[in-house]
Design a protein around this ligand. Sequence first.
Ligand SMILES: *Cc1c(COP(=O)(O)O)cnc(C)c1O
Length: 427
Amino acid sequence: MNNAFFYRDQHFCAEQLTIAELAEQYGTPCYIYSRAMFTESYQAFANALGDYPGMICYAVKANSNIAVLNLLARLGAGFDIVSGGELQRVLTAGGDAARIVFSGVGKSADEMKMALEAGIFCFNVESEAELKLLNQVAGDMGRIAPVSLRVNPDVDAKTHPYISTGLKENKFGIAIDDAPRVYRAGAAMEHIQLQGVDCHIGSQLTEIEPFMDALERVLNLLEQLKQSGIQLQHIDMGGGLGVRYKDEQPIAPLQYISALKDRISKYGLELLLEPGRAISANAGILVTRVQYLKNNENKSFAIVDAAMNDLIRPTLYSAWQNIIPVKKAQGSKEDGVPASDIYDIVGPICETGDFLGTDRQMSLRQGELLAICSAGAYGFTMSSNYNSRNRCAEVMVDGDQSHLIRARETFEMQIAGEALLPADKDE
Ligand SMILES: *Cc1c(COP(=O)(O)O)cnc(C)c1O
C-alpha cells in the first residue's frame, strides 16, 4: 500500500498537504486522517472478499467519526457496532441498517429495541441471558430478532492480554462446548431466528494460525448443530487483523480472506468480517507541538501538548507508535540543529503514565511539531476530558483539500451537561 503520509523533501505531508500548514490552520493537538488511506484499506478487504457472499462490517469503535463512517458507507461497507450510540452514529452517517451487526456483552433492552426498530442484519449474542432478554424484547415489539451466537473458541491469540478475547477466562462469548445447548434453547424461542455463528478472538493479531484454529473449532460446532437440525447461513470471524506500528509483519487481508474462503466455501456459508484497526490505524496521525524540553538527572523529556487523554494506547497497552518530526532537521550543529538525545515524549497530565513514547532517540527543539503515527484506530475514540482538557480536533485530508470533521472542543462544550447545586437557604 502506498502511504499517504510521507516526507516531501523534509516536510511531512498528508496526501498533497503539509502537516505544518494543517497544524497552523487547525491548531494542535489534532488528529489528521487521509481519505485515500481509509478508502484503500477498506477496499483491500472488499476486493479480497470479491463476489463471495458476505460483508465487511467495519468495527465502529476503532474510529467512529461520522465523516469516517459516511466515507465507508459510500464505499458499501457494513458496520459492527457495540452500543446504541454507535448505531445512531452509523444511521446518522448514512449507513445501511441492513448491513449492521451488533456485538457486545452488555446490550440493554433499550439498545435491543433501537436496533430492532432500525432493522439491523444480526445481533451477535454473547450469553444465554442476553438471548432470553432479546426474545422478550422482540416479542413485545412483535418482531423476530436475527441472531448469531458469539462463541469463545478458547484459542490463544498471542497478543496483549487486554486485547485477547478468545480464551476461556475472558468475559466474551459463549464457551464453545456450551454453544450447542444455547443454540437449541434459541431454536425453541419464538422471537429468535438463528442465522449465524460468530467469534472474535482478539486484536492486533499478526499470525494466521489462531484465526484458522478458531475457524476449525467453529466449523466443528456447525457440524454438531447440523446433526441436531440447526442450519446456519453465515460465519462471522470478527476483527483482529493486525497492522504495522513498528516492524510487525501483519497478514494481508487478501491472504487471510482467501484462506477463509477456501476453507468454508464447500459449506455454502456467507462470510462476515469485522475489521476495525486494519482499516483505520494507518489512516491517521496525531499532531502535537513540543512545549518544553527538560532534563532530570539522567533522563530527558519532551513535554508536548498532546497527552494520554488524547491517545491512551501507549500507556494502556504498552503500545509503540512511531513519533517523527513534522520538519526533518537537516544539517549539523553549526546550522543550529540540536544534538540528538534520548527522550521520553510526555504530555502535561499529572500522571507518570502520561507518555506517548519512551526512549526515543531524537534531535528536538522547543516549539517544533511532531507526528505520532498510526493513530487512526483507538485514538480519538478512546480520548477523554481527564485533567479538564478539551478534546482535540479531527481533520480529514482529501487530495489538496482538508475538512474539519470535528471541531476542537471548547470549555463551554466540555461542561455543557454539568450544573451547580441550588443556592444554600441562608444565601
Ligand atoms: C473490537 C472488536 C472488533 C474490531 O477489532 P480490530 O482488532 O480493531 O479489528 C471486531 N469485533 C468485535 C466483536 C470487537 O469487539
